[in-house]
Design a protein around this ligand. Structure first.
Ligand SMILES: [Zn+2]
Length: 529
């Protein structure tokens, strides 16, 4: 997917992407960025293709002022906006901060809902109207690009809003923003409001209608898209949807909805390079420390991951059975077929072949059963797990001694005890024992069951993958009648993995398959490490 700037037949088909990750986004609790980090994000936003970067609130603090000023001086190819309350001090500060920008914008706002007028501003509607005229005009004295926002517009009286926007347009605002500041509106209501304003505010067709939505009821993206369908041509968004309280409209969601569902949005386009969405999401998540939830649309780790067997089967036959977007178009490496307990044979077989493992049908059946057992115990089964699982299975193939059942119990009051059932061909051998730990007791029980009593020379445990639910791989080397035998065992439970390793080595004694002397660590090491 490339930027579709050059395909725009009619400018009204172009939706301006106003990113406020560095202003509203950074207001998320705990997401404060340093000035350098803000510059890094600004660079990434330019690469992503946003049209306007709201860099901060210059009057808020010297740090904010400095950050906006340095971003304004640095950014090429996007407008840089500074936010300001509708008062002289804020607007002057914002004007100074964005003055060095290639395309400076002052974004000024005042609340218009009765709740805010009464409780926060303690101003009358008349006073607000006069303030709008005065301050939008004042902002225009610094730059031709002034945006005006009626804070809490969606809970404001519609007729008063018409008056407010009329004043703002007359005073020279070129972008009129209709914020759903507290995430209160619904798609139908928002559409009706936008249509009402387009009909009633003189000159509204000469300015860009902008929308700014919060996600308090989970409707930010739906509200924003509905407003675009109703004629809004600027969307105020943040990367990953971060922002005050439940966050803002997520840039990636709006952009991909508009491009995936061109058919319902009248073919409107943005300038976003969609393949930059995932890298930018990662950058913002990394710098702010606000992790992206796995099931987040577009940029969540599972957004293009398929675990269920039916889905995997469909995906392997035709990707679009379960994907409406191509993951590489948004910057993922590709589709992820995640192996988990819901995965089917098709997904299991295809992952094995991806890692170069081909099995006979019966081997595949057994490996698949072992995989399902593992998947029940382990959250995510990785390729490393599969490789270890299959090599363990193939290594154990033909082992005359196979683990059937085992039990071990430990406590502070007395020795550990263990019992085991081992099969030897069609025979079942049982053994019970005590020991100074579960592994020791289990080894003793296996010796009782098999009648084999070798000397343990080497015992080593390692995890196949990171994580507390990792599979443990145990390697043992035993000496019997002067000959050495090695064995490997694998399981999420290290005690079980130890038993499997021991039985694998004992099986070699039974088969007379001794091992040549293995140099290196552990030779002569204490019996129970
Ligand atoms: Zn906001």
């Amino acid at each position: 997917m490339t930027s579709s700037e050059d395909h725009v037949a009619d400018p009204s088909d172009r939706v301006v992407v106003f990113d406020t990750t560095l202003r509203d986004g950074e207001q998320s609790p705990g997401a404060t960025l340093t000035a350098d980090e803000k510059l890094e994000v600004a660079d990434a936003l330019v690469d992503l293709g946003v049209d306007v970067i709201e860099a901060g609130f210059p009057a808020a603090s010297p740090g904010d002022f400095e950050a906006v000023r340095s971003i304004a001086a640095r950014v090429k190819g996007a407008s840089v906006a500074g936010l300001a309350r509708a008062n002289q001090g804020d607007i002057e500060r914002a004007a100074q901060a964005v003055k060095g920008a290639e395309a400076p914008r002052i974004h000024t706002f005042i609340a218009t809902s009765d709740i805010h007028l009464q409780h926060k501003l303690r101003m009358t509607r008349e006073q607000v109207l006069d303030r709008v005229t005065a301050m939008v005009g004042f902002a225009r004295s610094f730059t031709g690009d002034v945006e005006f926002s009626a804070e809490d517009a969606t809970r404001s009286d519609w007729e008063f809003l018409v008056e407010v926007f009329k004043r703002a347009v007359e005073a020279g605002a070129s972008t009129i923003n209709v914020p759903d500041t507290v995430g209160y509106t619904t798609p139908t209501e928002y559409v009706a409001l936008i249509q009402h304003l387009r009909e009633r505010v003189p000159g509204m067709d000469q300015v860009a209608i902008s929308v700014h939505c919060h996600d308090d009821l989970g409707m930010a993206t739906a509200n924003t898209l509905a407003a675009v369908a109703a004629g809004a041509r600027q969307v105020e968004v943040t990367v990953n949807g971060i922002g005050e309280r439940a966050g803002n409209t997520a840039l990636e969601e709006v952009v991909m909805a508009l491009s995936t569902r061109k058919d319902t949005f009248g073919g409107v386009v943005t300038g976003i390079k969609t393949e930059r969405l995932v890298p930018t999401s990662r950058l913002v998540s990394g710098l702010t420390g606000l992790r992206v939830q796995a099931n987040k649309a577009i940029v969540g780790a599972n957004a293009f991951a398929h675990e269920a067997g039916i889905h995997q089967d469909g995906m392997l036959k035709e990707r679009t059975t379960y994907e409406i977007m191509n993951p590489t178009d948004v910057g993922w490496e590709g589709t992820k077929l995640v192996l988990g307990k819901h995965s089917g044979r098709a997904g299991f077989r295809s992952t094995l072949s991806e890692i170069g493992i081909r099995l006979e049908e019966d081997q595949l059946n057994e490996a698949y059963q072992r995989f399902l057992l593992l998947a029940d115990r382990k959250k995510a089964v990785t390729a490393a797990d599969l490789a270890a699982l299959v090599s363990d299975q193939l290594a154990a193939e033909g082992d005359v001694l196979q683990l059937v059942r085992w039990n071990a119990s430990i406590g502070s009051t007395g020795p550990a005890t263990a019992s085991v059932v081992v099969s030897r061909g069609t025979e079942e051998l049982t053994g019970d024992a005590e020991g100074n730990g579960p592994v020791h007791a289990l080894f003793q029980a296996i010796e009782t069951a098999t009648g084999l009593k070798p000397e343990l020379e080497y015992y080593h445990v390692e995890a196949v993958t990171p994580g507390e639910d990792a599979q443990g791989q145990v390697h043992v080397r035993i000496r019997s009648d002067g000959a050495l035998y090695t064995g490997h065992g694998l399981a999420t439970d290290v005690v079980e993995a130890s038993a499997r390793a021991y039985l694998a080595a004992l099986s070699k004694i039974e088969r007379g398959q001794q091992t040549t002397v293995v140099p290196g660590p552990g030779t002569g090491a204490s019996r129970w490490s």
